[in-house]
Design a protein around this ligand. Structure first.
Ligand SMILES: Nc1ncnc2c1ncn2[C@@H]1O[C@H](COP(=O)(O)OP(=O)(O)OP(=O)(O)O)[C@@H](O)[C@H]1O
Length: 313
């Protein structure tokens, strides 16, 4: 087992519970997606795994050793990509890689070989001698990730690595995470509040909400949970909060939420209550109605009664 968290509790000032009996396990070679809205506890969980914060209760083992924050051997085997980009803007990309490589104890041929390999992986081999301040946000992000990969860590942790970057860089990152997973035996923890990403790259997914794992399994297993349920999306011009309760009152309706201008409604299979629902929405201008196959977003909605997005702060 690469990582094992059991009943971990973390309280911040004011008794705010960031982790609430959190359990998490990651095996060698697995890509694990940690999916949850902003404030769910993803970063806190990562900081606890890496040993950057102390937790109040529970146990954390990394590479079979108890995590106590001061074990340098454990730190050296982890590649951490934090939410903030931490590259030196006044050093070239090459010099950044050189600097971080040395920090991890790489030397000479080994260091050079790794810089070339990583530069290729992150797609910056042609722009290695430019200053990152001339890069796009996405390129800086890729360089930042590259710096954490040089020492061939056995565990890579990426905290929302695609937030706020261009789609090209985003695809690049997703592709090379998949490539690392395929070609090496590295365990990867990838946090995100983008369902599509997690769905695309994870072997297993943990859904976290309010510091607690509310569901786990492969994407397929999670979707199985609501298999048979129907998901209906009704887009209106001006959705009304009060309609949610009314729709929930229709028999066969399991969960309702509003995402932007769209009511997301999960109903039991073979129950057709569309006419009743449309009656409730009679005073609202309907733009579009569609039925869709269930996805992880719907699993989240079923489990928490809210969409991933409306939990954002
Ligand atoms: N240093 C801190 N002091 C007090 N409260 C904190 C601190 N760090 C996090 N929290 C709180 O703990 C909870 C979990 O935060 P955390 O950053 O782990 O969530 P997250 O899922 O990573 O969200 P995000 O994607 O926004 O970073 C939130 O309620 C947050 O406000």
């Amino acid at each position: 087992m690469i990582v094992k968290l059991k009943d971990v509790i973390k309280r911040y000032q004011g008794n705010r519970l960031a982790l609430d009996y959190l359990d998490l396990e990651i095996q060698k070679g697995e890509v694990v997606g940690l999916l949850g809205p902003n404030g769910a506890g993803k970063t806190t969980a990562i900081n606890a795994i890496v040993g950057l914060i102390d937790v109040d209760e529970g146990s954390i083992e990394v590479f079979g050793q108890k995590q106590n924050g001061s074990n340098r051997d454990v730190r050296k085997r982890i590649g951490l990509v934090t939410q903030e980009v931490t590259v030196y803007e006044d050093l070239s990309a090459y010099e950044n890689l050189l600097f971080f490589g040395k920090l991890y104890g790489l030397r000479k041929e080994n260091l050079n070989r790794r810089i070339q390999e990583v530069a290729k992986l992150i797609g910056l081999e042609d722009r290695l001698h430019e200053l990152p301040k001339r890069y796009s946000g996405g390129m800086k992000r890729r360089l930042n990730i590259g710096c954490a990969l040089l020492h061939e860590p056995e565990l890579i942790i990426m905290d929302e690595p695609t937030v706020g970057i261009d789609p090209q860089s985003r695809n690049y990152i997703l592709e090379f995470v998949k490539e690392i997973a395929k070609n090496t035996n590295t365990a990867i923890i990838y946090t995100s509040h983008y369902i599509e990403e997690v769905q695309l790259i994870s072997d297993r997914v943990y859904i976290i909400d309010q510091g607690h794992i509310i569901a786990k399994g492969t994407v397929k297993e999670l979707i199985e949970k609501i298999k048979g349920d129907q998901v209906t999306l009704i887009e209106v011009k001006h959705p009304l909060e009060e309609s949610i309760q009314k729709i929930k009152g229709v028999s066969g309706v399991k969960e309702v939420a509003i995402d932007k201008n769209t009511y997301q409604i999960i109903t039991e299979a073979h129950v057709n209550q569309l006419d009743k629902i449309l009656n409730i929405l009679a005073s609202q201008t309907i733009v579009n109605i569609q039925n869709q196959q269930s996805n992880l977003e719907d699993v989240f909605l079923m489990l928490t009664g809210k969409t991933l997005r409306d939990s954002e702060v």
